[in-house]
Design a protein around this ligand. Structure first.
Ligand SMILES: [Zn+2]
Length: 334
C-alpha cells in the first residue's frame, strides 16, 4: 500500500522540482534592460550548477537589492564588469544572505512550492521513517526522495557508491580502517579517516569565513560500540551497526548556532523539529557548499554528512594489500 501511494507522489514532486527551477521572465521596458539581463544571467548561472541556490530566491534577492548594501554593491560590480567572476562573486554574496536568513530553509532547493508544502505540513511527531510508526511517513519518504534528486546522497557504507560494504568488512579491514583514524584538531575527542579529516578542516575554515561554525557532535564509532548500540531499542538509522561513522567517514554536526538558532540536536522526534532543523545556518551552508569538499548528505537526517568524493574508494583502499575488493555488478536496493 505504501509503495502505491508513494510512486505517484514521487513523480508529482519530480515535476514540481524541475518546473520550479524555471527562471521567471524579466519585464521588457528599455530602462530595465541592463539590470534585468544581468539578473537573468545570474539566475542562469545558478541553473548551470554554479550554485544550489533556487532561482526564485536569486530573482527576488536581486529585485529587492536596494534593501541590502552588500548585494547592491556586488550587483553594481557585476553590472560594470560583466565577467563570469563578478557574477560568481555576486552569487556568493547571495548565498551568504540565504544561509543567514532566518526565513529560508535547506528545503528551498526543492523550489518554493514544495518547500512551503513540507515546511507547513501538519506532521505527526512520529512521522520520521523508522521507530514508532507515524501516519504520514510516506510524505517524509517523498521529501527525502525529492531532496535526493536535487542533491544526491553518496553513501559511504551502502549502495554502489559505497567505499566499504558490510560484506567487505573483515577483521583485517576493520584493523586497517581504525588504525588510520586521526583526532580532529580542536575537537580531539573525535576521530576521522585522514582524508576525511584533511577535507573537514578546510571545510570548517571556509564555513568560518562565512560566519558559520561547523561543530562535531559525533564522528568515529568503534565497530564494537556500534554493534552494542544497534542492539538497543531507539533510532535504528542513527545506531546501525555498520554505519559510515564506523568507517570514520561521517560527522553529525551541531545544528543549533550562535546567532540564536536552537534545536533538539540529532533527534528524530517530533518530525516538525526535524523539518525545522533545515533552517539551521549550519545545514544551509552544508547544502550549498559541502559537495565542493567531498561531503554529501544523508537526507533523512539533516545533521549527518559523509565524506565520499568521486574516486575516493581507490584512495581509501590504496594501502590495503590487494587494494579495493573486487565487486560484481550492483543493483541498489529500492
Ligand atoms: Zn550520524
Amino acid at each position: 500500500m505504501k509503495a502505491i501511494v508513494r510512486l505517484p507522489l514521487f513523480f508529482l514532486c519530480c515535476t514540481l522540482v524541475f518546473s520550479s527551477c524555471t527562471t521567471p521572465r524579466p519585464p521588457s521596458t528599455p530602462e530595465a534592460q541592463a539590470p534585468m539581463s544581468l539578473i537573468e544571467a545570474t539566475a542562469q548561472l545558478a541553473e548551470s550548477r554554479a550554485t544550489r541556490l533556487p532561482a526564485n530566491y536569486i530573482w527576488a534577492a536581486l529585485r529587492d537589492r536596494g534593501q541590502d548594501a552588500d548585494i547592491n554593491a556586488a550587483f553594481e560590480r557585476a553590472l560594470a564588469d560583466h565577467t563570469r567572476e563578478s557574477k560568481l562573486a555576486l552569487l556568493r554574496v547571495l548565498e551568504l544572505k540565504f544561509i543567514h536568513d532566518p526565513k529560508t530553509s535547506g528545503l528551498d532547493i526543492l523550489g518554493p512550492e514544495l518547500s512551503q508544502h513540507f515546511r507547513g505540513f501538519k506532521w505527526h511527531e512520529n512521522d520520521f521513517p523508522g521507530g514508532p510508526e507515524g501516519p504520514n511517513e510516506q510524505f517524509a519518504d517523498v521529501m527525502v526522495d525529492a531532496l535526493d534528486l536535487v542533491l544526491p546522497e553518496r553513501r559511504a557504507n551502502s549502495t554502489r557508491d559505497a567505499v566499504v560494504l558490510r560484506a567487505e568488512a573483515t577483521n583485517a579491514v576493520w584493523e586497517y580502517m581504525t588504525n588510520k583514524w586521526v583526532a580532529v584538531p580542536g575537537q580531539e575527542r573525535w576521530k576521522l579517516n585522514p582524508h576525511a579529516l584533511e577535507s573537514f578542516v578546510r571545510m570548517r575554515e571556509a564555513a568560518k569565513a562565512d560566519g558559520v561554525d561547523l561543530i562535531i557532535l559525533s564522528a568515529h564509532r568503534y565497530p564494537q560500540v556500534a554493534a552494542a548500540n544497534a542492539a538497543r531499542v531507539g533510532n535504528p538509522n542513527a545506531v546501525a551497526s555498520f554505519s559510515s561513522h564506523s568507517l570514520g567517514l561521517a560527522i553529525d554536526f551541531k545544528m543549533s548556532h550562535r546567532d540564536g538558532f536552537k534545536v533538539n540536536e540529532a533527534s528524530t522526534r517530533p518530525m516538525s523539529e526535524l523539518v525545522r532543523m533545515r533552517e539551521s545556518p549550519v545545514h544551509k551552508w552544508l547544502v550549498l557548499r559541502a559537495e565542493e569538499f567531498g561531503w554529501y548528505p544523508y537526507q533523512n537526517e539533516p545533521w549527518h554528512w559523509e565524506y565520499n568524493p568521486r574516486g575516493f574508494r581507490e584512495i581509501f583502499w590504496a594501502d590495503f594489500p590487494g587494494g579495493a575488493p573486487m565487486r560484481g555488478i550492483m543493483v541498489d536496493e529500492p
